[in-house]
Design a protein around this ligand. Sequence first.
Ligand SMILES: Cc1cc2nc3c(=O)[nH]c(=O)nc-3n(C[C@H](O)[C@H](O)[C@H](O)COP(=O)(O)OP(=O)(O)OC[C@H]3O[C@@H](n4cnc5c(N)ncnc54)[C@H](O)[C@@H]3O)c2cc1C
Length: 528
Amino acid sequence: MQHENGFDETSGSSGDSSAWLSKRDFLKVAGFAALGLAGAARAADRAAKGERWDLIVVGGGNAGLPAAIFAAQRGAHVLIVEAAGALGGTLFLSSGQMSAAGTKLQQSMGIEDSWQLHYDDIMRISTGTADPVLVRLAVENAAPAFDWLTDHGFKVRDGHPLTGTTHDPYSRPRYAWGYEGGRSILKVLAEQLQPLAEAGKVAVLLQTKVMGLIQQRDGSVRGVVTQDQNGASTRHLGRSVALTCGGYTENAAMYEKYEGVKDYSKMTYPFSQGAGYELALAAGGYVRGGQNHVPLFGAVTPDYDYPAPMMANVRHFPGDRPPWEIYVNKLGKRFLCEDMRSHTEYERGLGAQPDERCWAVFDDAMFHAMPRLVDGGFNSPWSDQDTIDAFASGAPNFFRADTLEGLAKSAGIDPAGFAATLEVFNAAQAGERRDPFGREHMPLPIAKAPFHAIQIQSWNLTAYAGVAVDGQLRVVRKDGKPIPNLYAAGELLGMGQLMGKAVCGGMSVTPALALGRLLGHSILRFDA
Ligand SMILES: Cc1cc2nc3c(=O)[nH]c(=O)nc-3n(C[C@H](O)[C@H](O)[C@H](O)COP(=O)(O)OP(=O)(O)OC[C@H]3O[C@@H](n4cnc5c(N)ncnc54)[C@H](O)[C@@H]3O)c2cc1C
C-alpha cells in the first residue's frame, strides 16, 4: 500500500531506503544523495589522515539535523552518519504536530503563554510522571526552535495554534503543525543544511550505520566506527559524538524488553531499530522510563499477525462522538467510563488490559442509529460501507452473532464475564441502577440481535524508554557521572521522560528539534 506520505509499506524495512522511499521522495532528496557522495569522499580523506571532526552526529533526523546545522553555524566541522539513503528520519512519516509556548506566532495572535504553563500542563497531563529536568529543558527551548522554523519559512496551518484535539488539551492554544506534517519541518532543515554542506562545514555519509563508539580507557568517547552499504568498516574520530538515532519501535524484541509488553503495531520508520540504546549501553550508559509505557487507543488491524499496521481507527473520544457502544476486555469486563473526556484515561485503560486489547460492543439498533464509529487509520481511508462489508464478510476483527454468547465465543471474550457485564449495563441504561463507571451517555441498551463487536488493538508511534542524560544532554552512567564527549537527543531520550505515562501533544517532535538545536547551538564546546 502506498501511503500519502510516500512510504510504501509493502516493501517493508529492507534497510535499503531506496526500496521504500517513493520515486517522488527520492527525487526530492536527490540533492542529498549528491551531498552524500561528496561527504563520503571528505570523510574517507579525514579518516585516512586520522583527522578529528568537531562533532559526529549519529542519525540525520529531526534531532540530528538541527544539532549539525547549529554546530556548523558556530564554525564546527560536522560529520552526519545516516543509516538510510536520505536525511530526515521519522519526519518523512510524522504528522509533525508541535507544541511550543511563548512563540512569536502566539504573540502575534495575542495568546499569552510561557514555558512554565507548558511545563505545568505536561506535569498535569502526565500526573507528575514525566522527568522534571528534561521536560523543563525541552519546553524552555521549544519556542526558540519553533520561532527559528517560522523565521525560515515554516508555515503553520490556518487556525493554529490549538489547545489540542487528539491528545488531552493544553491550557493555552500552543499546538501547531505545518501543511505537510513532518515534511514541512524537514524542508526548513534541508534548506538550512544545504549551504553548510556545500561550504564544507558538514559532511554527510548516507547508507552508513554507526556500529560502535571509539572509547578511551578513561571512558571518554573519541569517535565512531561505521559500516557502509558494502560492509566496509571505517573509524572516524570526533571531539564529541551526538547520538540522535531515534527510538526502537521497529525492533519488536527491544520494544518488549524495555516497555514490558508486546509490540503490536507497525507504522513507524524502518530505521527506528534502537541502535542508539545499544551504543549508549556499550559505552556505560543506562536506559530508563520504560515503566511509563502507555499505548495509543483504537487501532483496527487487517489481521492478527502482530506487529501489524493500522487499517482503521475507532472514534472513541467522547469529545468528538458521544459513545453508544461499550468497551470490554477479554474477560468480558468493562474497564473505563466510556463517556469521560480524557484521552489519557483511555490510553492508560487499554494499556492495563490483557494483550492491550479490547472490543467495542454494540447491538443492531445502535449499529443503525449511532454516529460513525470506525474511521480511516493513518493514511488509510475507511467508509461506512467498509464497516458494513467487513461485518458481512467476517473480516478479521469484525464479529457478528445472533446471541451474546455466540458473539463472545467468536471474538474470544469470556462468555460468563460478558453476560454479567451486559446485564449490569442494560440495567443501568434502563435506570434500574447506577452505572458502576458513572457513565451518563447511554441512549440504547445492548439488546437487539444481531450483536456486533470490533476488536481494538493498542498502537504506538514512539519509544517510551530512553537513554539517561543529564541537564546538559550528556549520556550518564547509573552513578550520575557523564560519559565524556557523548551526548544524546531526540526520541532516544524516551517519551517516558518527556511525556511521562501519557501522550502530550507535540512532545516528541518538538523536544527532538529543540534539544538537537540546543546541542549544536550552545551545549557543545569545540575548543577541547
Ligand atoms: C507516523 C508518525 C507520526 C508521528 N506524529 C508525531 C506528532 O504529530 N507529534 C510528535 O510530537 N511526534 C510525532 N511522532 C514522533 C516523532 O516524529 C519522532 O519521535 C521524532 O521525529 C524523532 O526524531 P529523532 O531525530 O529522535 O529520530 P528520527 O527522526 O527517527 O531520526 C533518527 C535517524 O537516525 C538514523 N539511524 C538509526 N540508526 C542509525 C545508525 N546505527 N547509524 C546511523 N544512523 C542511524 C535513522 O535512519 C534516522 O534517520 C510521530 C511518529 C510517527 C512514526
